[in-house]
Every structure is written in C-alpha cells, then in structure tokens.
Design a protein around this ligand. Structure first.
Ligand code: MN
Length: 195
C-alpha cells in the first residue's frame, strides 16, 4: 500500500497527516477550521485518497498558519507515499462544474513545484474563512508535493462554490495522476530517468 504519515510541529502549529493513495476516499479531518475541514473532506472523497488529519494551530492569531502548514504536511505525505513514482499516470486534469462555478485543474507530479493560479473570489471571506487562504493551501501543496499545478476559475459567482469546486477539481485530477497505469508496467513515466 502507498501510505505515509507526516508529523510536523512548529511554534505555530502541530499537525499529523496520514494518507493512503490506494484508499476509498474515507476521511477523518479535524483542523479547528470548519470550512477548511469541509474542503479537506472533499479532497479525500473525490481523489479516493484516504486522509486523516489532526491540526492544532494558533487560531487565536488567524487561520493562516493552520491552513498553510496543513498544505505543507499533505504535500510531504503525498510525495513520500508516491515514492519513486514508477508506474503512475503522473498527469491529471479535471473540468469541474458545481452549481454556478466551473473550475479547471491540471497537474503534473513532476517533482517541480509550480502554481499557476487564476482563481478570483467575489468576496473576501466565506463565513469567517479568508478566501485568500485557498491559494495559500494550494501553494503549499504544490511546493511540498512537487506538483506543477494549474487552476483556473472559468465561471462562478459564489465564493463557497468556487472554493469547493477548486478542491474537487484538484481531487479528481490527483486521483487520475496517482493511479497506477497498467500499460506503464512499473516504468517511470519520464524520459529523464527521474521524477
Ligand atoms: Mn459546501
């Protein structure tokens, strides 16, 4: 099984992430930030990556460190569970509609972090959650997961739907990219000899 557990402790946050790439999309996520938990649940459910997250952050400051550091830990767990990436599809993409919103996600598990972010939100907050933290999360995931990640909002007027569609689109793209490709027969999906 391709699994990993990452424990990360700083003066600002204490985070434990366990994931299983070959899961069924079962999850148990608790970060103390309700909307963020809702998004992490989507990430697991729609990628079929099992995810257990416990985060205790300095929420008396704001949600920023907790969201960013959870993204770092998930990225690190993803990279560790992927190992040498032999036999995977490597690329994934998804055009995802949710009510008013249409999000496009494309990613490459290249080992080369890069985030292209064309997702604007019509409001600064979703409840008490800062919409700018959605980008912070995906930046951390991309950097520490070694993922070239491209996200665009093609439609959308409701910030909750836009954020949720972004997480779902990335989840579906990840599902595709981490999947074993039977035709790869265990080979590395690269001509460079390393990913
Ligand atoms: Mn929702």
């Amino acid at each position: 099984m391709r699994t990993a557990t990452i424990t990360r402790k700083t003066a600002e946050t204490r985070i434990e992430v366990t994931l299983n790439l070959d899961g069924t999309g079962s999850y148990d996520n608790s970060t103390g930030v309700g909307f963020f938990d809702h998004m992490l649940d989507q990430l697991s459910r729609h990628s079929l990556i099992d995810l257990t997250i416990r985060a205790e952050g300095d929420l008396h400051v704001d949600d920023h460190h907790t969201v960013e550091d959870t993204g770092i830990a998930i990225g690190q767990a993803l990279a560790r569970a992927l190992g040498d990436k032999r036999g995977i599809r490597r690329y994934g993409s998804c055009l995802l509609a949710m009510d008013d919103s249409l999000l496009r996600a494309a990613l490459d598990l290249s080992g080369r972090p890069y985030l292209v972010w064309n997702v604007d939100f019509p409001t600064g907050t979703i409840g008490s959650f800062d919409t700018e933290l959605v980008r912070e999360f995906f930046q951390a995931l991309s950097t520490h997961g070694g993922i070239s990640l491209n996200l665009a909002r093609l439609d959308g007027i409701n910030s909750h739907h836009i954020a949720e569609a972004a997480f779902k689109a990335v989840a579906r793209a990840l599902r595709e990219a981490v999947e074993p490709d039977p035709r790869m027969a265990g080979a590395l999906p690269s001509t460079k000899g390393a990913l």
